[in-house]
Design a protein around this ligand. Structure first.
Ligand SMILES: Cc1ncc(COP(=O)(O)O)c(C=O)c1O
Length: 416
């Protein structure tokens, strides 16, 4: 055993199996991201059962113990004081997490809510075109389909290709003088394809087209800088890759679009003043920030949990997390493709077009049957019936290990 490994092990004695205090990550000498000592420590911060392997972060990310504790503590605190708390610091923390201004963040309950705010708020006319993929999650499909149904906008869809260059080319060909919005996911829920959002946003901007990104899988996966990405809107939730509480999410609205994106649902905190105690009621308009899109009481306890999840991720380091997520998924993809021709790999092989989720099919084994086999062998996976793919999706996050992936690949091997 080399000396650094011994040193790290010494440091971690007594921590394994216990809940790491907030300071623990910064106190640890961080080994290279490939060292499992560090990640075993991270794993021990999650109450997530070890009775099975959890490979479904793409649906729901388990919370670390400190996030759970924070929500409970805040719920207790508010119950004792009778106060309902505030979400102000959470809004600030979330904004800083994705490197935008606090004024550009609206707090939502989930990604779908953010997408609805954009889909309804943009000034679109009958015949205006919106570009989407044929691989949308219902959360990005239905808001736009609904607007198309009610207001006659036209949805133009495309089948995602395997490389960034091809996807850019396809989108460029779909753009017409009537295109007003490109409303695609950062990462598809079907095959885990990563779209080159920065390049697409630049093309859109040069043509006066809005980019509205479904970022359900982006926050907590990438070391995100939304200003650098250059999109106009980015909707996400805290309960997936950010490992935060269910019922928390946020929407980024570039400040230059605040007066373009109409707020339709308003209430307390959305306004700049109003008076109804008069025969001539008045409304002085919207608050100058993206707070205009969220209103009324929010769950301060849940958002305190979301804030805590950001602290947790930041203490580990988002660059390191992104690297680890990619390393795990790459290991899985290599393991599966190494099993031969009976594996149909649906996730792109191109490095920049994949990150956290691997989707595949096994010749001769139905995807639902495989789900049952996986469950019997203590793996929680997700099937992908969407877009008629009938495939298997594996998501891996920082609490997973290379060893779990090897065990999974060994299971698949018994079927090919
Ligand atoms: C790509 C994508 N978009 C949107 C959603 C909807 O997210 P939410 O449940 O937070 O509204 C999901 C959820 O799985 C998703 O995978």
């Amino acid at each position: 055993m080399n000396s650094r490994r011994k040193f790290v092990q010494k440091l971690t004695v007594g921590l394994a199996g216990s809940v790491l205090p907030a300071e623990a990550f910064s106190a640890l000498t961080r080994p290279a991201f490939t060292s499992d000592d560090f990640w075993e420590n991270v794993r021990s911060s999650f109450p997530l059962t070890k009775d099975r392997v959890y490979f479904n972060n793409g649906t729901s990310g388990p919370n670390s113990q400190r996030v759970v504790d924070k929500v409970i503590a805040k719920t207790n605190e508010f119950s004792i004081s009778g106060e309902y708390g505030s979400t102000n610091t959470a809004r600030e923390k979330l904004a800083a997490f994705v490197k935008v201004k606090t004024e550009e963040i609206s707090l939502t309950h989930n990604t779908t809510e953010g997408i609805n705010i954009v889909a309804w708020g943009l000034p679109l006319q009958k015949g205006d075109e919106v570009i989407l993929t044929m691989h949308e999650h219902v959360g990005n499909a239905l808001p736009w389909l609904n607007r198309a149904k009610l207001h006659g906008i036209v949805l133009k869809t495309f089948l995602p290709a395997q490389t960034a260059a091809e996807n850019i080319g396809i989108i460029q060909k779909l753009i017409s003088p009537k295109t007003r919005v490109i409303a695609i996911p950062h990462i598809t829920c079907t095959t885990g394809l990563v779209f080159p959002v920065k390049e697409i946003a630049a093309i859109a901007k040069s043509k006066g087209i809005f980019t509205a990104i479904d970022g359900a899988h982006g926050a907590g996966t990438f070391d995100l800088n939304l200003k650098d990405l250059g999109c106009d809107f980015y909707a996400t939730s805290c309960h997936k890759w950010m490992l935060g509480p269910s019922g928390t999410g946020f929407l980024y609205v570039n400040e230059k679009h605040l007066d373009t994106l109409q707020a339709y649902w308003v209430g307390a905190y959305s306004d700049n003043g109003w008076d109804i105690n008069t025969p001539s009621p008045s409304f002085q308009g919207y608050v100058a920030t993206a707070h205009r899109y969220d209103y009324g009481s929010q769950s301060a306890a849940l958002f305190a949990g979301a804030e805590e999840s950001v602290k947790f991720l930041e203490e580990i380091g988002m660059a390191k997390i992104e690297e680890r997520i990619k390393a795990l998924a790459t290991h899985l993809q290599k393991g599966l493709t190494g099993l031969g021709s009976k594996i149909q790999m649906l996730t792109p092989l191109e490095a920049k077009s994949r990150i956290s989720m691997i989707t595949f099919k096994i010749e001769g084994t139905d995807f639902k049957e495989f789900n049952t086999i996986a469950a019997k062998n203590k793996f929680r996976i997700r099937v992908v019936p969407e877009s008629n793919l009938n495939a298997i999706r594996i998501s891996t996050h920082i609490y997973n290990s290379f060893e779990e992936i090897d065990r999974f690949v060994a299971l698949v091997k018994t079927l090919v």
